[in-house]
Write a protein that binds this ligand. Structure first.
Ligand code: COA
Length: 334
């Protein structure tokens, strides 16, 4: 059977570094509070000047991945774009990126699964590849959170967490790959918890979808029940990781590296402890980038490859939980 092989990766982080002290100048918070609760020291935010959308960040990451794969845009059979922060309400950034790559009719799919956008996106790519419909897929996970955050004290619990960034992967079907690619995967969603982390407006269930009053009330900003999300994450990430280890007939000893979604360093440390994962097998970069949601695991993969932590044959456990509620885990061999 064909396997979905990651041929190359790329990432793009905006140049502008926003430190915890920068945030403390706009809202009632401190570097100490943020680092203690989340591990985050700084994040990247777009400058906020001019019109720069998430498809532009995705384009920069894609150009690097395409060059490393030795592909031209014309080699791509399909684009899969995961984000919760589209350039505009519709159409989605997959179509916008397709045009920016100079393509005329290559299909583009958008994934709206927030922090598990990478897991759902890679499974979608894998299904298209295994069905024979597409063989070369460009996957992008990217976010621009910064233009949609409340930087006053009212929004501090959410705003300190999120950062902007993009990661891209060139994924190709390979008949001769053997025991590589997606070895096990378990995906979940529970809409019951949709309001634990959400941005309400603009909303089709409201008429009008957005108004001056709603903006006044801050209903266009994300809201989060942080404690609940924290509790859900530290119980479900180990559960779903054990499921994929069982599926693959593996133990943690067979895993070379664990790349959890970078939501909160404390969540990932608790996850690591409950699974007995040695510190040197856990990948963290949230200290520098904050939570880049759909961008987080793709950016981490690109960095881990660059650092020599992922090589040909490496077996990696990915796990994530976030808005939806959605969560999942995957074992992937490079
Ligand atoms: N700076 C300073 N104080 C802050 C603050 C900030 N940025 N954000 C909230 N606070 C205050 C609260 O107002 C509260 O004050 P009070 O006790 O006077 O009411 C106090 O800190 C404690 O708030 P609480 O929300 O209970 O803190 P917490 O220990 O639960 O930490 C999070 C908050 C958001 C860091 C934590 O819940 C978390 O990380 N949750 C998971 C979030 C997540 O991962 N989301 C992404 C999922 S993809």
């Amino acid at each position: 059977m064909k396997q979905s092989i990651v041929r190359s990766t790329g990432r793009f982080l905006p140049d502008r570094v926003v430190t915890n002290d920068d945030l403390a100048a706009w809202m009632d918070t401190t570097d100490e509070w943020i680092q203690q609760r989340t591990g985050i020291r700084e994040r990247r935010w777009v400058s906020g000047e001019g019109e720069l959308g998430v498809s532009d960040l995705g384009l920069d990451a894609s150009k690097i991945a395409l060059e490393r794969a030795g592909w031209t845009p014309e080699d791509i059979d399909m684009i899969i774009f995961a984000t919760l922060s589209p350039d505009i309400f519709f159409p989605g950034p997959g179509c916008l990126l397709q045009h920016k790559l100079g393509l005329s009719s290559t299909p583009a799919v958008d994934i709206r699964q927030q922090c598990t956008g990478f897991l759902y996106g890679l499974m979608t790519a894998d299904a298209y590849i295994k069905s024979g419909y597409a063989n070369r897929i460009l996957f992008v996970g990217a976010e621009i959170h910064s233009t949609g955050l409340d930087i006053s004290t009212k929004g501090r619990d959410v705003t300190v967490i999120f950062g902007d960034g993009a990661g891209a992967l060139c994924i190709e079907g390979d008949q001769t790959a053997g025991n590589k690619g997606v070895l096990a995967c378990s995906l979940h969603a529970q809409g019951k918890y949709a309001d634990a982390l959400m941005t309400e407006a603009p909303a089709s269930r409201l008429n009008p979808r957005i108004s001056a009053n709603m903006v006044e009330e801050g209903r266009h900003y994300p809201t989060m029940d942080g404690r609940n999300v924290f509790k859900l994450a530290i119980t479900r990430l180990p559960q779903v990781s054990k499921v994929v280890l069982d599926q693959a007939g593996m133990s943690m000893d067979d895993i070379d590296l664990v790349i959890p979604h970078q939501a909160n360093l404390r969540i990932n440390q608790a996850f690591g402890q409950s699974m007995g994962i040695p510190e040197d097998k856990m990948f963290h970069n949230i200290q520098r980038y904050g939570n880049t949601t759909a961008g987080s695991i793709p950016i981490a993969i690109d960095e881990a490859i660059e650092m020599g932590l992922i090589r040909e044959g490496s077996t990696v456990l990915f796990a994530g939980l976030g808005a939806g509620l959605t969560w999942g885990a995957m074992i992937y061999r490079f």
